[in-house]
Design a protein around this ligand. Structure first.
Ligand SMILES: O=C(O)c1cc(=O)[nH]c(=O)n1[C@@H]1O[C@H](COP(=O)(O)O)[C@@H](O)[C@H]1O
Length: 297
């Protein structure tokens, strides 16, 4: 089965571009902003909608209208759809389909991670050729060991899709696990090393690979302190925490240094506070994307 990418070209099949180059092209075109689609109860109510499936659908489709074609990627947060059961998942599937039709990359934020055999099913569910509503990339958790993600890493490579593996998260508790040192290196450094191995061929071609990392926009000097060589690892970097959690263009530059052009900054609540008027949300989104591109360009 052949799928289509952001530019309408075949994703699967020989010669199709991988996720890294597709993301780089989208970032060049729109700026390095990922618009988060997080239908929090508080935001849905703030938009004057009811907190039910109808309100969820109206919220999500307004975001699609405002974001599509204006940002490098959109990141729906699965939890806020799952909370409504199968009808919420149906809304999520529609969001993913509509964004794909609009040729806007999607990163499904579901943070999956399990033993290899179960990981195979997660990979097929979200990234495989027969997925009901595949995303262009999926967030995954490596805390069962980086190699437990192997089925998803391999399937993503085959299908021209990508992963974002949690490395240094934006929450204050993250460092207790991610900075911990085992066998002479931090847990985060071992995740980066795993991604480097999987992206090695892309790196030789001068491209970003299909295994990205999640590194919060709020982690300060941790990338340098832990000696994470993101350029050598050729990883796309998803940097949540831009906006509402305090991340700025300046903090991104300070945190990522020479890897800044690999970084896709993600903002959810700060953008979504501009709703419910789709044109106002669209205008704010375009403005933030443009300002960010100028600041880091
Ligand atoms: O994977 C993520 O996107 C993520 C990782 C992380 O370290 N921190 C983090 O806040 N996120 C997600 O980013 C979104 C919050 O973004 P803001 O509303 O902009 O703060 C939520 O969907 C979080 O799950």
């Amino acid at each position: 089965m052949t799928d289509t990418n952001v530019a309408g070209a075949a994703v699967t099949g020989p010669g199709a571009p991988g996720f890294g180059p597709r993301l780089q092209a989208a970032m060049r075109r729109h700026g390095p902003l990922c618009a988060g689609l997080d239908p929090h109860r508080a935001l849905i109510e703030q938009w004057g909608l009811t907190y039910d499936v109808a309100g969820l659908e109206r919220f999500a489709l307004t975001c699609v209208e405002a974001y599509a074609g204006r940002v490098a990627a959109v990141k729906p947060q699965s939890a806020f759809f799952e909370v409504f059961g199968s009808r919420g998942i149906a809304v999520l599937e529609r969001v993913l389909h509509d964004l794909r039709d609009a040729e806007t990359l999607t990163i499904l934020d579901a943070k999956r991670g399990d033993i290899g055999s179960t990981m195979t099913a997660y990979a097929e569910a979200f990234l495989g050729p027969h997925a009901v509503a595949p995303a262009d990339a999926l967030t995954v958790s490596p805390y069962l060991g980086y190699e437990s993600l192997r089925p998803a890493i391999d399937l993503a490579a085959q299908s021209g899709r990508g992963l974002f593996v949690l490395a240094l998260t934006s929450n204050p508790e993250g460092s207790s696990v991610q900075h911990a040192v085992h066998a002479g290196r931090s847990v985060a450094a071992s995740v980066v090393e795993g991604a480097r191995g999987d992206n090695a061929e892309a790196h030789l071609r001068g491209e970003l690979g299909h295994v990205g990392l999640v590194i919060g926009a709020t982690v300060g000097d941790a990338v340098e302190r832990l000696g994470l060589d993101l350029v050598r690892a050729a990883t796309p970097v998803l940097a949540p925490g831009f906006g509402a959690q305090g991340g700025t263009a300046d903090s991104l530059a300070a945190t990522f240094g020479p890897a800044l052009d690999q970084v896709l900054a993600s903002s959810s609540r700060e953008l979504l506070a501009e709703g419910p008027d789709p044109s106002r949300l669209a205008a704010r989104t375009s403005w933030v994307a443009g300002a960010l591109a100028e600041a880091v360009g």
